[in-house]
Design a protein around this ligand. Structure first.
Ligand code: NAD
Length: 307
């Protein structure tokens, strides 16, 4: 039997993710949205692309949740996206109510699923989803670090004129303005970029990575990025559906790791069919730990409203 992935929010990120899942033939997809006709229309359109592209994944759309029952993975992209001048935190109240309802509705119909939270501000929304669903920490994970690392990798590859496939990058902390890119753990063909570029060049790339989302919002003017976000989410979906045990930077509920008790933050985790299999702890320098804690504090402040 094919796996089943529910994607709530059939907007830019959600619909593109559904397309990527179908094209990779990873699972059947149920698209859910509040707007009448949109998930049904996009679902049908994607289904009709199958014969041309050669995939048998079934994509269906709905305005309700009954069709989502028995999902292996639930991806939450429902909510508002940023407009120019808005920070991710400006989305807090509206998206909190939406994510709470989505997590309750999907969680009770798919009690064994893993929830991937994409809606911003993502780390806070992951907390809202975990609380509303009652799911264990292994089963709720936020997408942010994979995207931020992909952006860092793209900029490193451009700067050095090398293949993106040679790059590896780690970005930790909350998926917000205080995220913590870690240059000494970011490599090209295994060589730390600190050996390949001056500190000035690296800090330019780090800054661009931090502003990566805002750079695209400023260009698009009516919404935020979705090609790279959906690709990043696909990597997480694939790692879990195929039980790859892949280590990726994701937002997870920390219970003492990295000196943090009781908060979602981006750290390297091992992903498999059961969700977050392990939090991988790496040694941080004092300045990196301080930047990480600052970023965790920003997430905690956002969570207060939902305690
Ligand atoms: P979008 O506006 O294109 O799509 C959002 C969809 O959610 C819309 O179709 C809307 O109708 C739907 N929706 C709203 N309320 C709903 C509800 N109660 N139930 C079901 N669906 C509902 O936005 P987008 O570009 O797809 O972005 C979606 C979210 O993902 C935003 O919050 C955005 O900030 C976030 N995002 C996060 C990351 C990340 O790295 N974590 C990256 C990109 C976008």
């Amino acid at each position: 039997m094919r796996k089943k992935v529910t994607v709530v929010g059939a907007g830019h990120v959600g619909a593109t993710l559904a397309q990527r899942i179908a094209e990779a033939e990873l699972a059947d997809v149920v698209l859910v949205d509040v707007v009448d006709g949109v998930p049904q229309g996009k679902g049908l359109d994607l289904l009709e692309a199958g014969p041309v592209l050669g995939y048998d994944s079934r994509i269906t759309g709905s305005n309700g949740y009954d069709e989502t029952a028995g999902s292996d993975i639930i991806v939450i992209t429902a909510g508002l996206a940023r407009k120019p001048g808005m920070s991710r935190d400006d989305l807090l109240a509206a998206n909190g109510d939406i994510v709470k309802k989505v997590a309750q509705e999907t969680g009770r119909r798919s009690p064994h699923a893993i929830m991937i939270v994409v809606t911003n501000p993502m780390d806070v929304m992951a907390f809202v989803a975990m609380k509303a669903s009652g799911f264990k920490r292994e089963k709720v994970v936020g997408m942010g670090g994979v995207l931020d690392s992909a952006r860092f990798r793209a900029f490193i590859a451009l700067e050095l004129g090398v293949s993106v496939e040679n790059t590896h990058a780690f970005v930790l902390g909350g998926h917000g303005d205080s995220m913590v890119p870690l240059p000494r753990y970011s490599t090209v063909a295994g060589i730390p970029i600190t050996e390949l570029m001056s500190a000035d060049r690296i800090s330019r790339l780090v800054e661009r990575t931090r502003n990566g989302g805002a750079e695209i919002v400023a260009l698009l003017k009516t919404g935020s990025a979705y090609y790279a976000p959906s690709a990043a989410t696909l990597e997480m979906v694939e790692a879990m559906l195929l039980d790859k045990k892949k280590i990726l930077p994701c937002s997870t509920w920390l219970e003492g790791e990295y000196g943090v008790k009781g908060a979602f933050a981006g750290v390297p985790v091992k992903l498999g069919t059961a969700g977050v299999l392990q939090v991988v702890e790496i040694k941080l320098r004092a300045d990196e730990q301080a930047a990480f804690m600052k970023s965790v504090d920003a997430v905690r402040a956002g969570c207060e409203k939902f305690m």
